[in-house]
Design a protein around this ligand. Structure first.
Ligand code: PLP
Length: 409
């Protein structure tokens, strides 16, 4: 018999006993709305009036001609309110919280993007909101902290441990245990204990549903390949679900290769060799950890991909061979970002650009009567300082300038 909340051997719900009842309540509420078509209708209507859905599917004609192979289409999740696909998840959970009658939401955030999205949702729905954030991250992500507070949220700097994301996760769970009756924990991605992976994947499936309809309208047939970057895996699961049942459509997840897969400074769980199976943060997946189960320090130029775990759903799809995994290095990301800006007038987030890197490597070898879709999870405005710094770095400047000349010719 299939155990609930498992994808193959991955997933589950490893939670403290005090949370059993809260999880049962959440499971019941989610199960009910999932089979109620009017809830999905309400969700779609909210997203079309508050967050620009359906987001466009853009034909990238210049990039397609540049590589001379597959026709490249970009799914524009950057045009969501707050600038990324995260809006889909938080607004969906907001509707669910309203149904459950809870008055307060909490979340943890690393780079701050999920914190801003959650604070936005809380303002819209009239909920009290507390965001846990490592003290290190509070200092590094000043603009996001500013907006969370202006949106009415309380930001709690976490000073324990390494003062980053994993400590913030522990602190948020501690809060939840003390205030379960009126509080919902807004999980940011398709990770954590069941039912979070299933729930977040369900809300994000709106991306794939739209993309499938749009590519049929614009191209007349299914794409050969669909690319998405993978942090926790929510934007990838979102777009992949539109094509999972079509065996002719290849699905490619792209992780953070950081300074290279052999450098020890990356966040490639499934594309690299450094991860192993483990249970942490309430679920079982492949974690970047040492032999003692101690989590490793990860690195990526894109803060949103810098995470030790990965969705149990994706780990299962990787094991079964349905989803192929690749990694893009920081340097490859800057190069692809430069090309995309110059050719299409589009500024993808550094996270999203990882998917562009792999698509660019493969597009030229595909036929002109094939299409590929890149899921552009978010916009790059937030990355302005990182991008400016990278393009100013003397060792990269020569590299980018030389590439610029190549693109112009
Ligand atoms: C948070 C974020 C990601 C990573 O999250 P997933 O759950 O893997 O989608 C990717 N892109 C952007 C723009 C983000 O803000």
């Amino acid at each position: 018999m299939k155990k609930t909340g498992y994808y193959g051997e991955w997933g589950g719900a490893f939670i403290p006993e005090v949370l059993y009842e809260t999880f049962e309540e959440l499971n019941a509420a989610f199960t009910q709305v999932k089979k109620d078509p009017s809830f999905w209708q309400e969700y779609v209507s909210l997203m079309s009036t508050y967050s620009c859905r359906p987001t466009p599917l853009t034909f990238a004609e210049n990039l397609s001609d540049h590589f001379g192979g597959a026709r490249i289409f970009i799914k524009r999740e950057d045009l969501n309110h707050t600038g990324a696909h995260k809006a889909n998840n938080v607004m969906g959970q907001g509707l669910l919280v309203k149904k459950m009658g809870k008055k307060r939401v909490i979340a943890e955030t690393g780079a701050g993007q999920h914190g801003v999205a959650t604070a936005t949702m809380a303002a819209k729905f009239g909920l009290e909101c507390t965001i846990y954030m490592g003290e290190e991250d509070v200092m590094r992500q000043r603009p996001n902290v500013f907006w969370m507070e202006k949106l009415g949220a309380t930001v709690v700097p976490v000073t324990s441990g390494s003062k980053t994301l994993k400590d913030a996760i522990n602190e948020a769970f501690r809060d939840w245990v003390t205030r379960m009756e009126d509080t919902h924990y807004v999980m940011g991605t398709v990770c954590g204990p069941h039912p979070f992976p299933e729930m977040v994947a369900w809300f994000q499936s709106i991306i794939g549903k739209e993309a499938r309809t749009q590519i049929m309208e614009q191209f007349g047939k299914l794409p050969s390949r669909v690319y998405a970057c993978v942090g926790g895996g929510s934007n990838a699961m979102g777009v992949f679900q539109g094509f999972l049942d079509e065996k002719t459509v290849e699905l490619i997840g792209v992780e953070a290769g950081g300074k290279g897969l052999d450098s020890g400074q990356h966040a490639a769980r499934l594309a690299g060799k450094d991860a192993s199976a483990g249970v942490a943060q309430g679920y079982k997946t492949m974690f970047l950890q040492n032999d003692d189960g101690q989590m490793m320090d990860t690195h990526s130029v894109a803060a949103g991909l810098d995470y030790v775990g990965v969705s149990p759903i994706l780990t299962d799809l990787w094991k079964s061979g349905r989803v192929r995994f690749a990694a893009a290095t920081d340097r490859e990301v800057m190069e692809a970002l430069d090309l995309t800006m110059k050719k299409e007038g589009i500024i993808p987030a550094l996270e999203s650009t990882h998917a562009f890197v792999q698509a660019f490597k493969e597009a030229g070898d595909m036929n002109r009567d094939e299409a590929l879709i890149i899921n552009m999870s978010g916009r790059g405005d937030k990355d302005i300082f990182t991008i400016a710094h990278a393009f100013d770095d003397p060792s990269w400047k020569a590299f980018i300038t030389q590439k610029g000349a190549e693109y112009a010719s």
